[in-house]
Design a binder for this molecule. Structure first.
Ligand code: COA
Length: 219
């Protein structure tokens, strides 16, 4: 008897002409941590709600691994986060997350991402967002995708706009010991359908689809 995959999410790959988004295996965590060590944003800037990039490097490395393990350990069909790494020419250079709560009923996803400074500004952030939007809309049957960024995060705001999201209000979010103003974005299924790319492939979804949407009603 062949070995059954205990974690079929490892086989899920979203592939575009330039990159792949898939879960990093444990032996790849180190390469991803090196990307973080080389810098994800300019010193002094803080694009994230949790200031994880400002931790001391050893602590940051340990907590990054805990975070990636944690997303897997706590996976539930009603509350999941697919924290994929973006691989370019086989090397991880960033992270693109797709998450949802009660997805089977609500059909709404949220995204979050980062890539190493050296890899920014070359269209990869846009392409990895388009990759997971393809997973959400074409693969999982989402009805909307949400995102947001602090009002001074020019590259993230520009990426959401370039991909075709519409502004969807504002919100306050935690920033270091205080709070900042974020701009919220929304992409509807209809809007995605008008822009969808025909050069993105999803591999290995059938065996893990149930993990995203549940088994559905039993007949
Ligand atoms: C946000 C981020 C993921 C975007 O990825 P990227 O690879 O730098 O962006 P891209 O090169 O794909 O650019 C996407 C679009 O935004 C535009 N853009 C990117 N940076 C920009 C900037 N600083 N100012 C204006 N426009 C910008 C690009 O021109 C492109 O538009 P186009 O496709 O119409 O030409 C990346 O910059 C990053 O990791 N930043 C640090 C972490 C972060 O802010 N994460 C998001 C938290 S909300």
């Amino acid at each position: 008897m062949g070995q059954r995959s205990f974690w079929p999410l490892f086989d899920l790959v979203v592939r575009t002409p330039r990159l792949e988004v898939r879960l990093p295996r444990e032996h790849e965590f180190g390469a991803l941590i090196e990307v973080v060590d080389a810098g994800v944003h300019e010193p002094g800037a803080m694009p994230f709600f949790v200031s994880w990039t400002e931790e001391e490097p050893d602590v940051r490395a340990r907590r990054s691994a805990q975070f990636w393990w944690g997303q897997r350990a706590s996976w539930h069909q009603d509350d999941w986060a697919f924290t994929g790494a973006m691989f370019v020419e086989g090397r991880p250079v960033g992270v693109q997350e797709l998450s949802a709560k009660r997805f089977a009923a609500v059909r709404s996803v949220e995204t979050g991402s980062w890539l190493g400074l050296a890899h920014q500004g070359r269209g990869l952030g846009r392409e990895m967002r388009e990759a997971v939007l393809h997973l959400a809309f074409a693969g999982l049957g989402a009805e909307e995708a949400l995102s947001g960024a602090f009002e001074d995060n020019a590259s993230s705001l520009a990426t959401s706009r370039a991909v075709g999201y519409e502004e969807n209000g504002e919100a306050r979010g935690p920033r270091r010991d205080g709070a900042g103003r974020t701009i919220r974005f929304r992409m509807s299924r209809r809007s995605w359908e008008g822009r969808r790319r025909d050069d993105i492939e999803i591999e290995g979804l059938a065996s893990c689809l149930e993990m995203f949407v549940g088994a559905g009603p039993r007949s």
